[in-house]
Design a protein around this ligand. Structure first.
Ligand SMILES: [Zn+2]
Ligand SMILES: [Zn+2]
Length: 154
């Protein structure tokens, strides 16, 4: 891991530990393992991705336990669930306001920041609908890697 992402990982982890303590959520080995695998790159894994990784260290864990733990994290606001590609839930440890770039081909989801957008007021057509809690932008397309591959085929 590069130094920068290593630091990011450590920040995420210590943030998680602090948040667990603040919410009275017991920091079990299992929960910690699941969060660690979640905080590793690539970001936005599915529950199954995490299950496959966690199983290397926790051989007896079940997919169901992973699902339940992720729901607990989500209920406590420790992670975000995004329902983006193929209707499979993906999980996000980045709790800062951000948006997503989604590749149609490889289904990778990357974060991007758009402060100008975040400062915009919601249009009337949205506020009249009800109370807006949160929102984010999804931009879909082909990532650089997939575009390069596509060009080679054609
Ligand atoms: Zn791609
Ligand atoms: Zn994200």
């Amino acid at each position: 891991m590069a130094e920068e992402s290593n630091n990011k990982f450590r920040d995420l982890l210590s943030g998680f530990e602090k948040a667990c303590r603040a919410r009275g959520l017991r920091l079990t080995h299992q929960r910690l393992e699941i969060f660690k695998r979640l905080a590793e790159r690539p970001s936005h894994p599915t529950a199954e991705d995490i299950y496959r990784k966690v199983r290397r260290n926790l051989r007896t864990i079940s997919l169901d336990t992973v699902y339940r733990t992720l729901s607990t994290f989500e209920d406590h606001g420790l992670i975000r669930r995004i329902q983006a590609v193929d209707n499979v839930a993906r999980f996000d440890t980045n709790l800062h306001p951000h948006h997503h770039l989604i590749c149609i081909k490889c289904k990778k989801i990357e974060d991007f920041y758009w402060p100008d957008f975040d400062e915009l007021a919601y249009p009337e057509s949205a506020t009249e609908w009800g109370k807006i809690d949160s929102g984010h932008v999804e931009l879909w397309g082909y990532c650089r890697k997939c575009r390069r591959k596509l060009k080679k085929v054609k």
